[in-house]
Write a protein that binds this ligand. Structure first.
Ligand code: GDP
Ligand code: MG
Length: 437
C-alpha cells in the first residue's frame, strides 16, 4: 500500500452501521452511473430499491467510508446478478455440437460465427460454419470469407433452398466430414418480426441446438431488453454474446439482458477481428458498468491487506538483494491471476483501448520468461550465478527457446538487480544527508 492510500484509510475508521441516509446519498450517484452505462431504467429502479433495503444497517468495514461501503455492496450484487463466474459453451454428448446464432441485423452474428470457430480451432476442434442467411445479398459470401480467414470448413446451398433445409443438410454434412461443431449463421432483421422468429423456431425444431446464442450489440442500450425478451420468449435462448464492447460503451446492456432473461452472457466481442472474442467475466463487467474503477480498486486494496504484506516482503527482498527468480515467478503468477493486463488497464474509467496502443504488453514475452524460469531448478532460481554453459543448454532445451533467450533473461535479471542496488544506495545516501542537516 502506498503511504497516501494508507493515510486515507487511516482517517476513515470506525463508521458503525450504514444509516438510511448514507445509503440514500450513495445510491444517488450509483443510480446515475447505471443510467449512464445504459442499463435499462426499469432494471435500475428495481436494483436501487433492492440495494437500499439490503445495505441499510450493514456494518461498515474498518477501512471504508459509508459511501465506499455501499459501492462495495453494489459491486458484489451486480457481480452476483450477472452470474458470479464465466459460463462455457454447452457440449453435446453426441457429435456434432450444434450452435445456433440469432439476433438482429448488424448485431455481429456472422462475425461472431467466425470468432467462435476461431476459438474452437484453437482448442483443436473442427468447426463447420453453415450459411443460413439467404436473404441479405452477399451474406453467404461474407460467411465464406470469414471461414477462409480463420481456416475452418464452410457449408452453403445457395439462397434458393430454405434456411431450415440448409441447417439440416449442414449437420448431415458435418457428420460425414468429421466436424465436431456446427455453427449456424442466420438472418437478422432490423426489427423483430414474426417471419424471422418463425424461421428460427423451425430451425431450432429441426436441428435441436445445444446452444442458442443471442447476439446483441452492446450499443443497443435501452432496447436490448426488448430484443432479449422477445428472442428468449420465442426461442428459449441458452446464452448471449454481447458484441462491440470495444468502444466506450460501459455495457449496461449486459445487466439488463441478464435481468430479463436470466440467461448467461457467454462471450463478449471486443473488435472486428477474429481474435476479438473474450469469455464473459461478471466481476469485470460489474465494475465496468459501475464505472468506478478507482473506488473499487481502493476497496479491493483494503480487502487485500495480506497481499499488501506480501508485496512489502518482496520489496524488502529486492532491497536486500535476495530477490530471486523464485520471487519473480511468484509475481508473474499474481499478475496472471488478475487476467490480461491490457484488459485490466482498460477497465479504469476514462481509459480506452486506443490510449493503450502505445503501451506494448506482450503476453507471449511473459509466457516465455515464465517457461524459462520453470525450466530452472529451485537452486538455480535462487542462485542464478551457478548457471553455467551446460545448465544454460539444459534450460534452453527444457523451455523450448534458444540459449540466447536464456542469456538475455539472465542478463536482464542481473541488471535489474544492479539498478535496484543503486537505487537503494542512493536512498541511503539521501537519508544520511537528511539526518546531517
Ligand atoms: P450480422 O448482421 O449480425 O451478421 O452482423 P455482422 O457480423 O455482419 O456485423 C456487422 C458489423 O459489425 C460489421 O461491420 C462487423 O465488422 C461489426 N462488428 C461485429 N462485431 C463487432 C465487435 O465486437 N466490435 C466492433 N467494433 N465491430 C463489430
Ligand atoms: Mg450476417
Amino acid at each position: 500500500l502506498g503511504d497516501k492510500l494508507q493515510s486515507i484509510f487511516d482517517s476513515l475508521k470506525g463508521k458503525g452501521k450504514l444509516s438510511e441516509k448514507d445509503v440514500e446519498l450513495a445510491m444517488k450517484e450509483i443510480r446515475m452511473a447505471l443510467l449512464e452505462a445504459d442499463v435499462n431504467y426499469k432494471v435500475v429502479k428495481d436494483f436501487v430499491k433492492d440495494i437500499k433495503e439490503r445495505a441499510t444497517g450493514q456494518e461498515v468495514m474498518e477501512s471504508l467510508t459509508p459511501g465506499q461501503m455501499v459501492i462495495k455492496i453494489v459491486n458484489e450484487e451486480l457481480t452476483s446478478l450477472m452470474g458470479e463466474k464465466e459460463v462455457k459453451l454447452n457440449i453435446s454428448s453426441k457429435s456434432p455440437t450444434v450452435i445456433l446464432m440469432c439476433g438482429l441485423q448488424g448485431a455481429g452474428k456472422t462475425t461472431h460465427c467466425g470468432k467462435l470457430a476461431f476459438h474452437l480451432l484453437k482448442k483443436k476442434k473442427k468447426p463447420l460454419l453453415v450459411a443460413c442467411d439467404i436473404y441479405r445479398p452477399a451474406a453467404i459470401k461474407q460467411l465464406q470469407v470469414v471461414s477462409k480467414a480463420v481456416g475452418c470448413d464452410f457449408f452453403e446451398m445457395g439462397d434458393k433452398v430454405s434456411a431450415v433445409d440448409i441447417a439440416k443438410n449442414g449437420i448431415e454434412y458435418a457428420r460425414k466430414n468429421g466436424n465436431d461443431y456446427v455453427i449456424i449463421d442466420t438472418a437478422g432483421r432490423l426489427h423483430i418480426d414474426e417471419s424471422l422468429m418463425d424461421e428460427l423456431v423451425n430451425i431450432k425444431k429441426e436441428v435441436n441446438p445445444d446452444d442458442i446464442l443471442l447476439v446483441v450489440d452492446a450499443m443497443t442500450g435501452q432496447d436490448a431488453v426488448n430484443v432479449a425478451e422477445k428472442f428468449n420468449e420465442n426461442l428459449e435462448i441458452t446464452g448471449v454474446v454481447l458484441t462491440k464492447l470495444d468502444g466506450d460503451t460501459r455495457g449496461g446492456a449486459a445487466l439488463s439482458i441478464r435481468k430479463v432473461t436470466n440467461k448467461p452472457i457467454k462471450f463478449i466481442g471486443t473488435g472486428e477481428k477474429m481474435e476479438n472474442l473474450e469469455p464473459f467475466y461478471p466481476d469485470r463487467m460489474a465494475s465496468r458498468i459501475l464505472g468506478m474503477g478507482d473506488v473499487l480498486s481502493l476497496i479491493e486494496k483494503a480487502e487485500n491487506v495480506i497481499d499488501a504484506k506480501r508485496a512489502k516482503e518482496l520489496e524488502e527482498k529486492i532491497r536486500s538483494q535476495s530477490y530471486s527468480f523464485n520471487d519473480y515467478l511468484e509475481q508473474l503468477e499474481q499478475m496472471k491471476n488478475m487476467g490480461p493486463l491490457e484488459d485490466l488497464l482498460s477497465m479504469i474509467p476514462g481509459v480506452n483501448k486506443n490510449m493503450l496502443k502505445g503501451i506494448n504488453i506482450d503476453e507471449k514475452d511473459i509466457a516465455r520468461v515464465e517457461a524459462i524460469i520453470r525450466s530452472m531448478t529451485y537452486e538455480e532460481r535462487e542462485k542464478p550465478e551457478i548457471i553455467d554453459v551446460s545448465r544454460k543448454k539444459r534450460i534452453a532445451e527444457g523451455s523450448g527457446v534458444s540459449q540466447a533467450k536464456v542469456n538475455t533473461l539472465l542478463k536482464q535479471f542481473r541488471e535489474t538487480k544492479k539498478m535496484m542496488k543503486q537505487f537503494t544506495n542512493l536512498e541511503k545516501t539521501a537519508k544520511k544527508r537528511g539526518k546531517m542537516k
